[in-house]
Design a protein around this ligand. Structure first.
Ligand code: HEM
Length: 318
């Protein structure tokens, strides 16, 4: 099940009036594979809490002021950067300026999420603004920056401030995409503000109790410039889940954020003597001095010294 199916199921639940808050636990997705063998299913700690809907609330152009966008961009890319190919060092994925990394759809290896210690879940972008006319004609803007950094492959890719626009039965996801490339990269850096990044298949959805939800929307890449020739236009991206809501509406709570990456801590009972990294082995070149000869040389030197001291203090005959 994809992240969007998961969040989509939760969104459908929020559209249904209920009196009892329910906590839903999600599982993870399988999409295209890259650097490791992903995806045995593992439980995500907790997901979005479905709250009581707000009857009588209508979404209008004047009150469209809430919502979020949950999107993993492309799971194989999260894996490529977040797990890395053999030899990768210093890789990172960070989310700032209103974006968070969720625990949804994390990359697994042998059932362990985020096997390299880098969070690999989908991203949540917070609401920024909207121009809403109808469920088939609107623009919804979200806020946040996600940076994918792969130093040994000479690039950082920055995805910022995605927005969704729909009219005449089509829908497009725009975003700022910047590829920062250092010398050695196989491609030039590029900066594409507000580029049409993905074509979406808009669902036939209507607002319920002030909440318009687009769960599990298929997405395909429309510009490949920022991806070093590794993706072509038309490539399948992760499906996205989007909400746009009136300020009087009840929206699902944010999905859980990524599990904190806890660095291993040395146990207090551990031997604190540093590990010797280099130990002489019998194969090393000999200096010609072994321990036994060194001991005898020391004894001889000691006795010689003693004899000299005694000679110096011997009483003189007058
Ligand atoms: C501007 C620099 C670069 C960019 C933007 C870039 C981008 C990408 C992208 C988008 C993928 C596809 C990931 C996926 O979805 O599976 C990829 C895969 C790959 N990249 Fe890079 N890359 C860059 C530099 C490099 C360099 C310098 C190397 C080699 C030293 C490299 C080696 C690879 C390999 C081997 C894969 C295939 C991984 C797999 O499928 O297992 N890349 N790269």
């Amino acid at each position: 099940m994809s992240v969007s199916l998961v969040t989509g199921a939760m969104l459908l639940a929020v559209l249904t009036p209920t009196t009892t808050p329910v906590t839903t636990t999600t599982s993870t997705a399988t999409t295209t594979a890259a650097a490791t063998e992903p995806t045995t299913t593992a439980a995500v700690p907790s997901a979005r809490v479905v709250q009581e809907a707000a009857p009588g609330c209508d979404l209008t152009s004047a009150n469209a002021r809430k919502g979020d966008l949950v999107w993993g961009f492309k799971k194989s890319f999260r894996q490529y950067v977040g797990v890395g190919l053999p030899g990768a060092t210093g890789n990172s994925i960070t989310a700032t300026n209103g974006a968070t990394i969720t625990a949804l759809d994390e990359v697994l290896r042998d059932g362990v999420p985020n096997p390299a210690g880098t969070p690999t879940g989908a991203y949540r972008f917070t609401f920024d603004s909207a121009d809403y006319t109808s469920p088939t004609q609107f623009t919804a803007r979200y806020r946040g920056t996600v940076a994918f950094s792969y130093p040994t492959h000479f690039f950082t890719l920055v995805l910022s401030d995605p927005w969704v626009t729909t009219a005449s039965g089509t829908a497009t996801l725009h975003a700022d995409i910047e590829l920062k490339a250092t010398p050695g990269a196989p491609t030039q850096p590029s900066n594409q503000p507000d580029v049409a990044l993905a074509r979406l298949t808009p669902p036939a959805a209507a607002p319920t109790n002030g909440l318009l939800a687009w769960p599990d929307v298929p997405a395909t890449l429309t510009t490949a410039e920022a991806f070093g020739g590794f993706y072509q236009a038309g490539a399948t991206l992760d499906p996205l889940t989007m909400t746009l809501a009136a300020d009087c509406a009840t929206v699902p709570t944010a999905p859980p954020t990524a599990n904190p990456v806890v660095p291993p801590v040395a146990a207090t009972t551990e031997n604190l003597i540093p590990i010797a990294r280099f130990r002489p082995t019998p194969g090393l070149a000999s200096t010609g001095v072994d321990a036994e000869h060194g001991l005898w040389a020391g004894v001889v030197l000691l006795l010689t010294g003693l004899a000299l001291v005694l000679a110096a203090y011997r009483p003189r005959r007058t």
